[in-house]
Design a protein around this ligand. Structure first.
Ligand code: ADP
Length: 287
């Protein structure tokens, strides 16, 4: 995708010098399109609950106001729609904040076990409601990592939340949703090239899984396997996009492994804090 920009200089009938600038605009156009798509998607996602809210407000202004029986039901739906808009806006703001920090690697030294225990704590009511069990398997004496504890809390919060929301869905519509176990584990593991030491955190559910063809697109903003289902369980479609950006800021890796009918496992690999440089002295050897 090449753009030719012709610049002519000089006046009158004298032959003007001609410059031809060739610029490759492919990448720029790709980014522009992504940005435009994002704004269009975000507007659409917000407009849907807003349209519903406006509809109910109009109804309540009409003669139906006298129908006291319908009123609590209407108010419930309105509260749900307002809630949904609030969740989308909160996730959009999170995403933009994370993107702003993405080029600065985190500096805090953190204990991943602490982060995971905190997430498990605040997820407790949601887990209980879905009748899900969370099994934490965290070894003692894990090394600390350099990370942003707030952002990593969001990452594991989103992954455990997904495992709760989707893991509890039963394949047979006659079987009521709910129940199941989410396993969260941590292990010391190098990266795929065995060059950097790190920690790998796994979040596994025994839910319905994700069809293979969807896996590569899951971290795209607003991408959902089943829009209706995801909306019904309160998803914004931004959870895994947030996860991806935080992990990228940590120079880590995300692997989503899923088998239909068996379950989904999300693996988050994070590098350990770099060792402080130990200056070698003459005659000293390292092993
Ligand atoms: P949402 O806010 O809709 O949950 P996410 O970005 O967190 O958005 O996830 C994207 C989609 O990936 C979800 O809508 C769902 O279809 C699918 N998904 C994510 N986690 C799981 C899981 N553990 N089991 C099954 N499907 C999942």
């Amino acid at each position: 995708d090449l753009d030719a920009i012709v610049i002519r200089a000089g006046t009158g009938d004298r032959l003007a010098p001609l410059y031809l600038l060739l610029a490759d605009r492919t990448q720029e156009r790709g980014l522009e399109r992504m940005r435009a798509d994002f704004v269009a998607n975000a507007s659409h996602e917000l407009r849907t609950p807003l349209t519903s809210l406006i509809g109910f407000i109009e109804t309540l202004r009409g003669p139906a106001v006298g129908d006291t029986e319908a009123l609590p039901r209407f108010l419930n739906i309105m509260a749900e729609q307002a809630d949904r808009m609030q969740r989308i806006i909160a996730d959009l703001l999170s995403l933009s904040r994370i993107e702003m920090t993405e080029h600065q690697p985190p500096t805090e030294m953190i204990d991943i076990a602490l982060v995971l225990r905190q997430v498990a704590g605040f997820m407790e009511p949601i887990l209980r409601e879905a009748e899900m069990t969370l099994a934490l398997d965290i070894p003692v004496d894990l090394p600390q990592i350099r990370g942003d504890s707030g952002q990593l809390t969001q990452v594991f919060g989103n992954l455990i939340d997904n495992a709760t929301k989707y893991g509890a869905i039963k394949p047979d519509p006659k079987t009521p949703d709910g129940g199941g176990t989410i396993r969260v584990g941590v292990a010391i593991a190098p990266d795929a090239n065995f060059t950097r030491p790190g920690l790998v955190v796994s979040v596994a559910d025994d839910g319905p899984g994700i069809p293979r063809e969807h896996l590569p697109r899951l971290t795209e903003r607003f991408y959902r396997v089943d829009k209706g289902r995801a909306r019904a369980v309160g998803g914004t479609g931004l959870g895994l996009a947030i996860v991806k950006h935080v992990i990228s800021r940590h120079r880590g890796r995300l692997v989503i492994d899923s088998i239909e009918g068996v379950g989904t496992t999300c693996l988050v690999w994070l590098p350990l804090a770099p060792e402080p440089a130990r200056g070698l002295q003459d005659g000293q050897m390292t092993v």
